[in-house]
Write a protein that binds this ligand. Sequence first.
Ligand SMILES: C[S@@+](CC[C@H](N)C(=O)[O-])C[C@H]1O[C@@H](n2cnc3c(N)ncnc32)[C@H](O)[C@@H]1O
Length: 240
Amino acid sequence: MLGETEAGSRARARLRESRAARRLRRMAKRVFLSEPAQRINDLVEGLRQRAALRHWQKTGRSLPPPHVVKQRTVRAYAGRFALSTLVETGTYLGAMIKATRDTFARVYSIELDPQLYERARKRFAEPGRVSILHGDSGEVLPRLLADLREPCLFWLDAHHSGMVTARGRLESPVMQELRAILDHPLEGHVVLIDDAQAFVGRGGYPTIAELRAVVAIRRPDWVCEVEEGIIRLHARPRPT
Ligand SMILES: C[S@@+](CC[C@H](N)C(=O)[O-])C[C@H]1O[C@@H](n2cnc3c(N)ncnc32)[C@H](O)[C@@H]1O
C-alpha cells in the first residue's frame, strides 16, 4: 500500500498535469480562433473541400462525406421543400452559415461554446436575417421554436467533437432537439441530422431504429431516410 504522502504527491502531480493540459488546450484554442489563423483557414478551405470531395468520390464515398456534400444537401432540401428559414444547432466556425446564408431569408444558429458563439456572432450576425444564439441547443431550440411561425429546415449538428468544441450534459442533445421539433404544431418542417454513423445508442444518440420509432409515434406521416451519413426526416410526399 502506498504511504499517505506518496499517494498524496501522486494526486498532486496528476492535478498539476491536468491543470497544465487545460492551460495548453486554452492556449491552442486562442491560437486556433485568432484572426490570422482563421484568415488562413478561410483562404485554404475552398481548396481543401474540393480536394476532399475528389478523394471522397474516388474512394467509395465512405462516411463521413466532406462538408461540401452536407452544404449541397441543405441547399437541395431548401429548394425541394421551398423553405426560407434555416435553424442550425452547433455553429462551430460557421461553415454551414457561410455556405447557405444566401439560400435562406432567415438563419438561426445555436452554439454552446462561449468563444465559438462570440466569434460567430461578430462574424455572421445580421439583425433580422442571421441570428447566433448562445446556449445548449437542447434547451435553446424549444424556446426558439415557440417564436417560429413558418416551416423551417433544421440542420441538427450540435455535439462534442473534441478540440475547441463544447460538451453539454450529453455528447449530443439531438433527442431533446428532435422531440421539440416533432411536437411543434406547425406542419412542413424538414429535419436533416448530421453524422448518422454516430447513432449507436450512446452519449445521447439513439440507434437509428429508436429514432425511427420516436418519429413514427409523433409524425406517422413522415419518412426517415439515411443517405450520405445524413438522416432526413420530412412528410411523405403526396402521390401526384
Ligand atoms: C460538428 S460542429 C458543427 C458544425 C456546423 N454545424 C457546420 O455544419 O459547419 C459541432 C458544434 O456543436 C457545438 N455543441 C456541442 N454541444 C452543444 C450543445 N449541447 N448545444 C449547442 N452546441 C453544441 C460544439 O461546440 C461545436 O461547435
